[in-house]
Write a new protein. Sequence first.
Length: 201
Amino acid sequence: MNLAFAYRKATQALNFFARKSGGRINKLKALKLVFFADRYHLRKYGRALTNDRYLAMNYGPVPSGTKDLAEQSEFLGELEKQYSGRFIRPCREDVHALESIDEVETRVFSQSDLEALEYAWQKFGAADGFRLADLTHEYPEWRKHETALKSGETTRAMMAYDDFLEDPPEGVEPCFALSDEEREWRREMLEEAFHFEAKWR
């Protein structure tokens, strides 16, 4: 079961990071920053910021819907395309970048969402996309798929939000530290969210 993708938040998260970068940002870097914001928010507040479907790929975790927004891909629904196209677009001078074309619509975010975005930028914003991709390989939600990816058995694997609650190796930023009790509580919150989504779909 998937949660409802928060495409407005995902669009504005990309827009937020593009603005922080001076109006333009490498797409790989932007997607990794969204991952770190989602991981932080899930671990601290029991829900992801974007509710995106994450795929484990060679360059780390990829929020698939957010990637479609960044690329303005053909897989976008009409509402997603219309909304995102008002704020971001692929950069004309650099195929690997996206650019902001309007101010961030902050009203789509809660205060905790903004906290997660600021956390991701302050903690990881100085690194380039390839450095961030390498760093995401240290996290357990990606590492559980590492063997299949490196062997060529698959090029992508579905990731589970439950795995975001596991800790990376010592010395790697956890994106909010959790006690065992807090971890179980977040798992219960996540399970409730999935049950709620299943009931109302």
